[in-house]
Design a protein around this ligand. Structure first.
Ligand code: FAD
Length: 403
């Protein structure tokens, strides 16, 4: 099989190299990352870690010793600048590392606000890396004033942490409603009420006009409706783009991410891709998922295929988000839904079930792990449930599986 090099020491990269060893690969493995830390999990960055409830070591996916014990060369602080496909080598900081097979697990790049509207002022933060959060955390103190730009999951999670810390939070969302891109109006309503109840000022349908600064530091914001805010720091959560620059420069095909076939192979047969950066064939065309379960499952599938396997990657999408004392669990993909069925639960719990015709596509479950589990099992098995029974809280959830 020769030497395997993996570019991107994040969730997918770490899963891929571990699986190669688990499956008995004895050749040379090099995992190259541009960040200075061993591969870590990102979800707590906008949740427990930002809140100060989680120690740094607990972020690490595996202890540093794992890589040594498994004879995996882990090169950190080593951004790869070039892939030389003809010479079959990558170049990181002037060092040339040859490969027989290469995997790209380069993740995503957060969108930033343009410098022309103050995006480069100090105190304006994105939340992608440990370094981003370590830079921002000292600002998250009681009495500070924060502007969150973007009402997606990252923005809402950051808003929840800030509000819990006693920060005065304003969140602006340019679209008609928070979570518009990813969830039904019912889910948006649920989270709007949750945040408003914790004192967050949510302004929907309003864009940010520009940030104001003094001596290079953000001090305020002007919104599209002309209103102004005094702010001490800004969190920008306006989405990500797949990290494709390196692949593109190497001439690999790109289509909303690095284009791979069903097995994870790029347009170069020696190069594979997995995780946030990869788009793969799917029933509705191509799909690119931005989640931990996808990074792990796809990386493991690709590892098997790099060793001669012939397995197509079939995602079983799920996702979660923590805000205050609410855990949202999502099963499936809601793309193309035409009907939402609400199933009330006890107290703060509820679930929203997405259907297309009679087919169940996805479930958003808030503090309702049973609804999530039942929904996930049905969706993963390609089954559905009777919408009328789903919406009737008197019908036991388990009975939905038997129907
Ligand atoms: P990453 O984990 O981003 O790893 C990519 C790595 O490649 C990075 O370390 C990057 O520096 C490195 N790299 C890129 N280019 C180069 C180069 N040229 N040379 C060397 N190294 C390079 N998902 C969930 O399922 N649930 C959640 O609750 C959730 N919460 C999240 C909260 C936050 C704040 C963030 C940022 C993400 C969250 N996600 C969540 C998404 C999830 O973390 C990502 O989908 C997952 O990390 C993707 O894994 P990956 O390996 O593809 O990319």
């Amino acid at each position: 099989m020769g030497d395997i090099v993996v570019i991107g020491a994040g969730q997918a990269g770490a899963s891929l190299v571990a699986k190669l060893r688990k499956d008995g690969f004895t050749g040379k493995i090099t995992l190259i990352g541009e960040e200075p830390v061993v591969p870590y999990q990102r979800p707590p960055l906008s949740k427990a870690y930002l809140l100060g409830d989680m120690a740094l070591e607990r972020l690490f996916l595996r202890p540093e010793s794992f890589y040594e014990e498994n004879d995996i060369d882990l090169l950190l602080s080593a951004p790869v600048d070039v892939i030389d496909r003809t010479g079959k080598a990558v170049i990181a900081g002037g060092r040339k590392i040859p490969y027989d097979q290469l995997a790209l697990t380069t993740g995503s790049v957060p969108r930033r606000l343009p410098a022309a509207i103050g995006g480069d002022l100090q105190g304006v933060h994105v939340v992608r890396t440990l370094a981003d959060v370590d830079r921002m955390a000292p600002a998250v103190v009681e009495g500070a004033r924060a502007l969150i730009v973007g009402g997606g999951y990252i923005g809402l999670e950051a808003a929840a942490v800030c509000a819990k810390r006693g920060v005065k939070v304003t969140l602006v969302e340019m679209s008609e409603r928070i979570l518009q891109r990813v969830a039904a109006p019912e889910t948006s309503d649920y989270f709007r009420a949750l945040h408003t109840g914790h004192g967050v000022d949510i302004r929907e349908g309003i864009g940010l006009e520009r940030l104001l600064g003094e001596e290079g530091r953000v001090t305020g914001a002007v919104l599209a409706d002309g209103s102004t805010l005094d702010v001490d720091f800004v969190v920008v959560g306006v989405g990500i783009t797949p990290a494709t620059a390196l692949a593109e420069a190497a001439g690999l095909e790109i289509e909303n991410g690095i284009k791979v076939d069903a097995r994870g192979r790029t347009s170069d047969p020696s190069i594979w891709a997995a995780g946030d950066c990869a788009s793969f064939p799917h029933a509705d065309g191509r799909l690119r998922l931005e989640s931990v379960p996808n990074a792990i499952d796809m990386a493991e599938c690709v590892a098997g295929n790099m060793l001669g396997g012939e397995t197509d990657y079939v995602p079983k999408p799920w996702f979660w988000s923590d805000q205050y004392d609410v855990k949202l669990q999502i099963a499936g993909l809601n793309t193309g839904y035409d009907r939402i069925v609400s199933r009330p639960g006890e107290g703060q719990s509820a679930s929203f079930w997405y259907f297309k015709g009679d087919q169940l596509l996805a479930v958003d479950a808030m503090n309702d792990p049973r609804a999530y589990m039942v929904g996930k099992r049905l969706i993963d098995a390609g089954k559905t449930a009777d919408p009328d029974r789903v919406g009737d809280p008197a019908v036991d959830l388990k009975a939905l599986m038997r129907a």
